[in-house]
Design a protein around this ligand. Sequence first.
Ligand code: GLP
Length: 244
Amino acid sequence: SVYKNEQEASVQIAARIAKIIRKKQKKGENAVLGLATGATPVIMYAELVRLHKEEGLSFKNVITFNLDEYYPMQPDSAQSYVYFMNEQLFNHVDIKKENIHIPDGTLKKEEIIDFCLNYEKKIEAAGGLDLQVLGIGRTGHIGFNEPGSAPNSGTRLVTLDDLTRRDASRDFGGKENVPTKAITMGIGTIFKAREIVLMAWSKKKAPIVRKAVEGEISGDVPATYLQLSEHVEFILDTSAASEL
Ligand code: GLP
């Protein structure tokens, strides 16, 4: 779907998330959400906070799994995705601490494989992801699944693309400060979600959105794998959709 602007699109996605949460609440079940970071979902999170404060939307039955985290990364660092999620959402709603999951940027190298396998198990034990929200990087990455990622990949340690590190350099005060690695859910992990929403705004994303939606399905642009799923929706503003 294409919306007039980022604001309208974000409000729609937040409403869709709220609907899932409320529906599950009625049944006495948990809503399991896969969450993303970056500039793209900021307004969506602000709208969820508004729904909590003004319309009584509770997050008590919400379990979240974030897509990714830089590696290495301290959670209290201003660039960490833990910090981002706390600032944008978790500090402002009634979610239970133990229901929040974000890949751990402080692991020792030898702990990473176990952590990643366990992350997958925890998603499964929670009942699987009801909805996964995604942004898209200019390399075509979803989460931090850079070009070359396998369609059946699971949560793992990856090496970041040069363009991804350049795009992140603003947040880190120079590319040399951007970590070279990250822990990310895999394409396979994302695919297991019952619904997937990929959002993109602005002209800057128009070329990669065109490739993701209309391009040949290939590991060179990992987001093209989404064309293979029947429960994916691309939610765009007119600028991001301008090359379709
Ligand atoms: C980041 C994140 C992705 C995000 C993408 C786009 O590096 N790991 O999950 O979708 O890059 O970021 P932005 O929304 O700031 O354009």
